[in-house]
Design a binder for this molecule. Sequence first.
Ligand SMILES: Nc1nc2c(c(=O)[nH]1)N[C@H]1C(S)=C(S)[C@@H](COP(=O)(O)OP(=O)(O)OC[C@H]3O[C@@H](n4cnc5c(=O)[nH]c(N)nc54)[C@H](O)[C@@H]3O)O[C@H]1N2
Ligand SMILES: Nc1nc2c(c(=O)[nH]1)N[C@H]1C(S)=C(S)[C@@H](COP(=O)(O)OP(=O)(O)OC[C@H]3O[C@@H](n4cnc5c(=O)[nH]c(N)nc54)[C@H](O)[C@@H]3O)O[C@H]1N2
Ligand code: SF4
Ligand SMILES: [Mo]
Length: 684
Amino acid sequence: MEKVIKTLCRMCDDHCGIDVTVDEDKLISIQGNKEHSWNRGRVCIKGSRGVDMVTSEKRIMKPLKKTEDGFVEIELEQALDEIAEKMKFIQKTYGDASVGIWKGEAIGFAQQEEVARRFIHAIGSPNYFSNDSECFAGRWLGYSLVYGRWNAQPAFENAKTIVVWGGNPPHAHPNMTQQINRAREKGAKLVVIDPRYSAIARQADLFIQVKPGSDGALAWGVAKELIDKGYLAYDFIRDYTIGFDELKEYAQKFDYDYVAQETGMDAATMIPEFAEMIKESMSATVFYVGNGLEHHENGINNIRAVANLDGLVAAVDAKGGNYSPIGLPMGELTLYHEKPLKELHPIGADRFPVLYDFRQEYHTMTLMDTILSEKPYPFKGLILAGANPVLTNPNTNKVRAALCALDLFVVRELFMTETAELADYILPAASYLERSEFHGHGGKQVMTLTTRIFEPADGVQDEYQFLHDIAHRMGAGAYFPWENEDALNEWLIKDTGVSMETFKANPSGYNYAEPQYAKYADNVAKGKKAFDTPSGKLEFTSTYLKDLGYQELAEYFPPASNVVDPEYPMTMITGARKVMYYHGRNRNIDSLRSALPEGEVEISKADALKMDIQTGDWIRVTSKIGTMEIKAKVMEKIEISEGQIQITHGWKETNVNLITHDDRFDPISGFPLMKAVQVKIEKM
Ligand SMILES: Nc1nc2c(c(=O)[nH]1)N[C@H]1C(S)=C(S)[C@@H](COP(=O)(O)OP(=O)(O)OC[C@H]3O[C@@H](n4cnc5c(=O)[nH]c(N)nc54)[C@H](O)[C@@H]3O)O[C@H]1N2
Ligand SMILES: Nc1nc2c(c(=O)[nH]1)N[C@H]1C(S)=C(S)[C@@H](COP(=O)(O)OP(=O)(O)OC[C@H]3O[C@@H](n4cnc5c(=O)[nH]c(N)nc54)[C@H](O)[C@@H]3O)O[C@H]1N2
Ligand code: SF4
Ligand SMILES: [Mo]
């Protein structure tokens, strides 16, 4: 008897509503849930292929322990006992902080992230790591430094001008593309800023092709234009911002000539055109920043410079601007209020203090150095879940060396990966259809509880159960009083005013609140700060940053790649998403792999002609970090500019992170240089 069960897709972090058809305990198919307000029945190519992932014969279903003869299967109880014993031994020998936990993109955020933080803190270590050392936290920091800790969500559907700045939603966020399309049907204009003529760029009313890492110059040029033309939200600026005079003065440097020189664009034509569009929409302008701005040595200031534009036109908490959704008061799982963290000496909190202040997490690149150098203290034990840093962190050779140097390396996975191969123990993880957790949906005030459609097989555990079992074995059980994930979920919603029955009755999402705009004005009316910044205002200038030795204004520093290095004359972008893959994932799903069977370097026709390169030729790419080899794909049109190449990460055979930088960072966020890497290329 077939039946359809509603839950959320987790083949990416977009959480589309899905209808899962099962026959007894057999998974038959996955389709879009038409009733879910987020995706309205659509799923992408990965979503439906979730069937192949969950039922894959390649899945690891028993705990594995590394021995001299390779990996052998062991019982779960033995694995848990041994891991807990070794963790205790390491802490006793080298200190409490010598162990850590690392949560990857696949586990997700919210409760899964908080459980991981809680665990490591409960056993006395502050060392929590995640993919956020190179993802999203850069954008969040950039915005939060301007607006205060602020969850900026693009309200595309009500926008009149949409600016996609360094993102490519058709590949990376299919639902955003739908939202953008719906706004455009109502007349919204689309501006895309990207070095590549990407899928979204092809749909733009105005496409601005910039050199990688030069976005700050464009943002300041736009600020100058808005100021010169008087296209400003004067009342908002007067009442709710600080630093406008300084901003106005600094912007003067960004005339058309300077912006053209830095970005390579036709600034004299395009900046006025861009500003006219903004004038038509003002607070209904969405400036949406993607991952393209984060992986740079000047990333945060560039993002701050874009966030400043929100302030100039009051596209802040606005219908059609960047909106900060009202949250549900879920139970707080982290222990920061109970146990002071700084006293536990998190690795290098002094190196990137802003990252630490805002995120209470540390930096995976520094972790590699710490493991190898044992400075400032030995770090010997790591639990890693839902990540594959051998493919996804910069400088693969160092990542491998560091992970191999650990005394205890535990990986929680569905599959044998390049990272799992280095582990002492591999523990089989529950897939998204075998666990139950809460997820919110972008700027919508909708929360969905996912359905555990299948019980995890013997030996397979969800993340909570595993950490619960280890914590209890290590004497930290008091922090994990909830017997299982369901009990935890009950606790999480206890103060929300929404019952479990309500969530279960609404598997297509429970809409707990209506949007509320301009909350900063309400805050003032209630005698509170308008924004959660030191000044209480939106900060064009930050004394917090100044006091830490950074620039008070979002000053622009040209990327190193803007000056051609004769030894490494090309600029490499990495990581442009492909819809069928997710970082290192899905290469083992034949139905997805057939669409793009191998990695490739995208190169302009002009460069290919100069070097006599044709599609399919092998190319050697070298940076100061290392060398890799990969086949060429010659781009026919303006997809990529002369002097630039693009390589998507996530390929085992052609791993671009062999040559990305773990030694060059944005100084505020610590994000690595992965999108304006200076390289040379040779035909092999
Ligand atoms: N299918 C698929 N979807 C994904 C992912 C995946 O791996 N696969 N990953 C998910 C994750 S974790 C993330 S963080 C998001 C990322 O989401 P997006 O940021 O939308 O991802 P990308 O497709 O890489 O788009 C980045 C764009 O920035 C451009 N770019 C590169 N450098 C610069 C620059 O200096 N300036 C400007 N203006 N643009 C630049 C690139 O050419 C590219 O088109 O995607 C998520 N969605
Ligand atoms: N050069 C370059 N490198 C990049 C980027 C770039 O743009 N350029 N982008 C970076 C970004 S933005 C990010 S977010 C990171 C992401 O990098 P990671 O955090 O390493 O994420 P994934 O590669 O998606 O790794 C997820 C792993 O989790 C496993 N997995 C899948 N489902 C589950 C599950 O339910 N439970 C468990 N326990 N495991 C599961 C998968 O099999 C996979 O091996 O990559 C970064 N790396
Ligand atoms: S965008 Fe695709 S992979 Fe991501 S949640 Fe939706 S259907 Fe799943
Ligand atoms: Mo990411």
